[in-house]
Design a protein around this ligand. Sequence first.
Ligand SMILES: [Zn+2]
Length: 71
Amino acid sequence: MSHFYYINNDSTFNPGQHHEVHTKGHADQLGLTNKTYLGIFENEVKAVAAGKSIYSNADGCACCCPLAHKG
Ligand SMILES: [Zn+2]
């Protein structure tokens, strides 16, 4: 099932200082406002790959994008 994905423009809220990719549902839950819409993807691996074209250190959120979470 495809999801809407966003990347956080603010990298200061996570320990690795990465720009984290979230599903729309989790971004809304976290109340993220400073974010960029990436698009609709089948999975978080593809979403993070797209995120890397915006921020080279893009990483998947451990909660909603575990398959793409590197640290
Ligand atoms: Zn998330």
